[in-house]
Design a protein around this ligand. Structure first.
Ligand code: ADP
Ligand code: MG
Length: 305
């Protein structure tokens, strides 16, 4: 069974903005999954639809095998969502925020007390439990939102940019906690616009850009894809038979074009040398713009802290 299944999800806001243009993806149970994409890609819209804060335009979503339209409450019983924006009552105490959320999920008072203590302790907030939300630091508020989302002890936890704008220490503490939860078998799905966060934490990744899914693969495979640069060579004559390019990966294109993957560290001289060795003449060459690179141009390098 899948923890989350999204089928052809679209969302058009009343303003006319098409935030999601037919997204389909599946997250296996127990996975640690990143929904990665630059600002404005549609990540929060997607999370909003899953958590019922946003009404979708079309498409289907199932959580742990239950359709959210057919089973609006049951499907979300095992789900915890941490929103991107602060959505806490500033005048409640940290304890009450979490405890009352337990009640909202239908936990008994006793169970809610047990879970509240467990998650406030796990997130290093137990000694601050009597402080009002407005008395907590930004990092503490964010951790409180995680505790609140966890209080029903759900099997699927979705976090929308849990570490955007937090200090390094809080980021690492959050990562450790999420790894621990995932180790207990919970499915963790997070959105991020930091490739490095996905790399550090996640096993699988989907990338959205402009409301479209442009990749859905394992993190290791994605990193491999980002490491190679692809060049297109126009040859003097269409290629006949096989071509050995000294271990470089290549593919045929239309007409007399071939594309060659150049891993980091390899030089173009090497490719030309291989072509020459095979007696192949190259007329022109260009780089192939990668959709992945386009998606990350704005966010690569932003993560230096
Ligand atoms: P991300 O979380 O990936 O940064 P969002 O889902 O917040 O992206 O936004 C996707 C697109 O939808 C953006 O163009 C954004 O301006 C637009 N958008 C988001 N929320 C609303 C809204 N409530 N009304 C209209 N447009 C919105
Ligand atoms: Mg967002």
């Amino acid at each position: 069974m899948f923890a989350l299944e999204i089928e052809d999800l679209t969302k058009v806001y009343p303003s006319g903005i098409q935030a999601l243009k037919g997204i389909s993806l599946r997250v296996p149970e127990g996975d640690f999954f990143a929904l990665l994409g630059p600002n404005g890609a549609g990540k929060s819209t997607c999370i909003g639809v899953i958590s019922s804060l946003i009404i979708k335009t079309s498409g289907c979503i199932s959580i742990s095998g239950l359709d959210i339209d057919a089973e609006p409450h049951l499907s979300r019983a095992g789900l915890g969502v941490v929103a991107q924006e602060f959505n806490l009552n500033m005048f409640e105490t940290a304890y009450d925020v979490v405890f009352r959320q337990g009640g909202y999920h239908g936990l008994s008072r006793r169970q809610s007390r047990i879970n509240t203590e467990r998650y406030l302790r796990a997130l290093q907030l137990w000694d601050r439990r009597d402080l009002k939300v407005r008395e907590l630091s930004g990092g503490m508020k964010r951790r409180l939102m995680v505790a609140k989302a966890m209080v029903n002890d759900g099997s699927v936890l979705i976090l929308d940019e849990p570490t955007a704008g937090v200090d390094v220490e809080t980021r690492h503490a959050t990562w450790d906690f999420l790894r621990e939860l995932n180790g207990e078998g919970k499915t963790i799905i997070l959105t991020t616009h930091y490739l490095e966060e996905a790399e550090q934490l996640c096993r699988d990744v989907a990338i959205i850009n402009n409301g479209e899914l442009i990749a859905n693969t394992s993190v290791s495979d994605l990193l491999h894809q980002l490491e190679v640069e692809t060049f297109i060579f126009d040859l003097a004559a269409p290629l006949e038979g096989e071509l050995r390019l000294g271990g470089l990966e290549w593919r045929r294109r239309e007409g007399s074009e071939v594309e060659v993957d150049l891993p980091q560290g390899e030089t173009l001289n090497r490719v030309f040398a291989e072509f020459s060795r095979c007696g192949i003449e190259v007329i022109s060459m260009r780089t192939r713009a990668s959709r992945l690179e386009e998606a990350f141009v704005s966010s690569l390098g932003e993560y230096q802290q």
